[in-house]
Design a protein. Structure first.
Length: 678
């Protein structure tokens, strides 16, 4: 009764809080009609940005994939995790349901080697190093960019250099023009699994140099969906339970400009109450584990050109993360398992870039981060971590050749209140990148990079009671990449553009951190082991054409081949076996059609066979899977705005599949979206 009452109270608090916010936003809202000239200017601006971004992808010395603008609006996705599935070289780990944990693995290097940035500032997690991408909605995002290697810009924080790959999320900035003072978007999604998802975005021009935006969103779903289960003797269809989720997000931001500079500040709050659907084994279908999240952070950024040659960037952040995990089925000496974690982070970064001459630039960045973790766990060491990142970088840009290099210094100092810490670590990591345009009159480029990087063990790896190992070494990675890109715009032709990128890469991972079950599933053993070699090929193509007037077709096709094998020792039975969860072949296809006020899109995702354990045998074999998603919509133009209605069908062929063994994914499901923009 207590748990039910708590869940009910939490639900009521969510509804009350969201209702108050919605009322507060809507009451002072005045209607505003865009003029025809404003609409045309906005549409023209969107086309120019799209062309520029495609060109930037082909020029980048590191592989870059972008989803922005209409692509983000149109793909059948609820969260960032759903959208990233369409990138090449990415494996998504999804533990099922709307509220299930969703993490990403880029080029088989592991989740902890991928950093996630929101508006240029990293989203940290010292506890386990994994950022749950299911927490981040697409409703207020302008762009998602994935860099394999690092972002090839000099004026970025040192953290931008400190990971094997990076995901950059960019919040939509108010694009109010002319006499337009305010703008709002009201959305509502509903569909299968009891989904109710209202959202509101309000943008306001305070003056010519200052804009504000507020974005809020609520998600409720029961998470119940059918799945097929077999135990080797019989097949049955069951209903997934304990996958319910209730989430509320509130984000407020300011965007300012001043002489020779700009600044940005935002506050972000995320509340979640969800069940954790467990593994379907031994005919067990019912689960009771729950998790509560209370995340909050404030962050800001200031960029200024102090002269024609010198620019500076300052970033700062404070984050507080609370998480409660309840497992009534796991009984301890003091009752059932009820773990509560509190993580705090303070972050400051200063970066400077100096232009020596027209072709040569140098930069220096210094970051400091302090993280602490508290828990109500017996014999918990209460760790604290000081991280100092310093990087010096330089870029040489000639007529057809661009070369960039940097050296990163990482210093990590851990302290604990109880027992002993892992001590201090000091590591230097070099990177070299280049982009070479082969012909002056053709945009055909060769790109390449080498990056030496590592990842520190997390607090859980080192200090979690009965699990941590303070003797763990960092996980070291060497990355090599060579690629070719081709991009061409066609003016006054039915074919609008062609964008082709192809890369071959080789990664070597040393001292990989492994978790192995001990006496039971609560007591694990952490240790370093061996060597992994990863060979891969990525091909990304995009094009757009207009077969006849008013019909525009956009197409994107991605393919990945990966051979990620265990090379610890020739004496091991698993020598040259594919590492767990990595398919040799995977790919995606995305198509968008626009005809007058109608729009439609189709998405296809394929993942080949793979193994869920180190040994590549029939017992660990996982079947290939693929999904078809489709949507169609219509936009009504109104005098003071527009209404967009969109219908989606996901997993059109109702395929039953698992991304993680025994965590079944949803079959065919539906969503209806209504969006009003003023």
């Amino acid at each position: 009764m207590t748990q039910k009452h708590s869940a009910y109270a939490g639900t009521m608090r969510f509804f009350l809080f969201s209702s108050i916010l919605w009322t507060g936003f809507l009451l002072p809202l005045n209607t505003y009609a865009q003029t025809d000239s404003t609409k045309k200017a906005t549409q023209l601006k969107e086309v120019q940005i799209r062309e520029y971004r495609l060109t930037e992808q082909s020029k980048s010395p590191t592989p870059l994939q972008i989803l922005s603008g209409e692509d983000l609006k149109r793909i059948n996705s609820l969260s960032v995790a759903d959208a990233i599935r369409y990138f090449s070289g990415v494996q998504l780990k999804d533990y099922g349901g709307i509220g299930g944990l969703k993490t990403v693995n880029v080029r088989s290097l592991g989740t902890n080697h991928t950093s996630v940035f929101l508006d240029g500032i990293q989203i940290g997690n010292a506890q386990n190093g994994q950022v749950d991408l299911g927490k981040f909605s697409l409703s207020n995002l302008q762009e998602i960019a994935l860099y394999s290697g690092q972002k090839p810009e000099l004026l970025i924080p040192a953290k931008g250099y400190a990971s094997a790959s990076s995901i950059y999320l960019k919040t939509k900035e108010p694009d109010l023009e002319g006499n337009q003072q305010q703008q709002f978007e009201l959305g509502l999604k509903s569909g299968s699994f009891g989904l109710i998802n209202p959202s509101l975005i309000y943008r306001y021009k305070i003056n010519q140099n200052l804009n504000a935006s507020i974005s809020t969103e609520y998600i409720h779903a029961d998470g119940k969906y059918k799945f097929r289960y077999t135990n080797g003797v019989f097949d049955t269809t069951a209903v997934r339970n304990n996958g319910d989720v209730e989430r509320f997000r509130l984000q407020a931001a300011l965007f300012g400009k001043f002489k020779n500079g700009k600044w940005h500040a935002q506050a972000y709050s995320f509340l979640s109450d969800r069940g954790l659907p467990g593994a379907i084994v031994a005919n067990r279908f019912d689960f009771t584990q729950r998790i509560w999240d209370r995340d909050f952070f404030i962050q800001g950024s200031v960029e200024k050109n102090l002269s024609d040659k010198f620019s500076i960037l300052v970033n700062g952040k404070y984050a507080y993360v609370y998480q409660r995990y309840l497992d009534p089925d796991y009984v301890t000496t003091t009752g059932f398992l009820d773990n509560r974690f509190k993580e705090q982070e303070a972050y400051l970064s200063v970066s400077g870039k100096y232009k020596i001459n027209s072709v040569w630039e140098v930069a220096y960045a210094s970051d400091y981060t302090y993280q602490t973790l508290d828990a109500n766990i017996y014999r918990f060491p209460y760790p604290g971590r000081n991280t100092f990142l310093n990087v010096i970088s330089s870029s040489l840009t000639l007529e057809q050749l661009t070369i960039q290099a940097n050296l990163l210094s990482t210093t990590v100092m851990d302290q604990v209140k109880l027992y002993s810490s892992a001590g201090n670590k000091q590591v230097f990591s070099p990177t070299v990148m280049l982009s070479w345009k082969l012909l002056k009159d053709r945009d055909i480029r060769i790109r390449a990079f080498y990056k030496d990087i590592f990842r520190m063990p997390t607090f859980n790896d080192l200090y979690y009671t009965f699990i941590g190992n303070t003797l763990l070494n960092p996980e070291y990675t060497k990355q090599y990449d060579v690629g070719i890109t081709y991009f061409k715009n066609f003016k006054n032709h039915k074919l609008k553009f062609i964008d082709i990128q192809s890369d071959v890469y080789y990664n070597r991972v040393k001292d990989k951190i492994v978790a192995q079950p001990g006496a039971n599933l609560y007591r694990w053993i952490m240790y370093n082991i061996g060597l992994v070699d990863i060979h891969g090929l990525e091909i990304n193509t995009k094009t757009a054409f207009e077969p006849f007037a008013d019909l525009l077709v956009n197409i994107g096709l991605n393919y990945t081949y990966q051979k990620a094998v265990d090379v610890i020792s020739k004496l091991e039975e698993t020598y040259q076996d594919q590492i767990p969860y990595i398919p040799e072949n995977s790919g995606s296809f995305l198509a968008r059609l626009d005809y007058q006020n109608w729009h439609a899109n189709y998405g296809f995702i394929y993942t080949g066979f793979r193994y869920n354990q180190r040994a590549n045998n029939i017992y660990n074999y996982m079947e290939p899977w693929y999904t078809h998603d489709a949507a169609i919509g219509y936009e009504f133009k109104l005098k003071k705005g527009s209404i967009n209605i969109n219908g989606e069908v996901n997993n059109l062929l109702n395929q039953y599949y698992d991304l993680i063994p025994n965590f079944p994914m949803p079959g065919r499901n539906y969503r209806l979206t209504l969006n009003y923009k003023l």
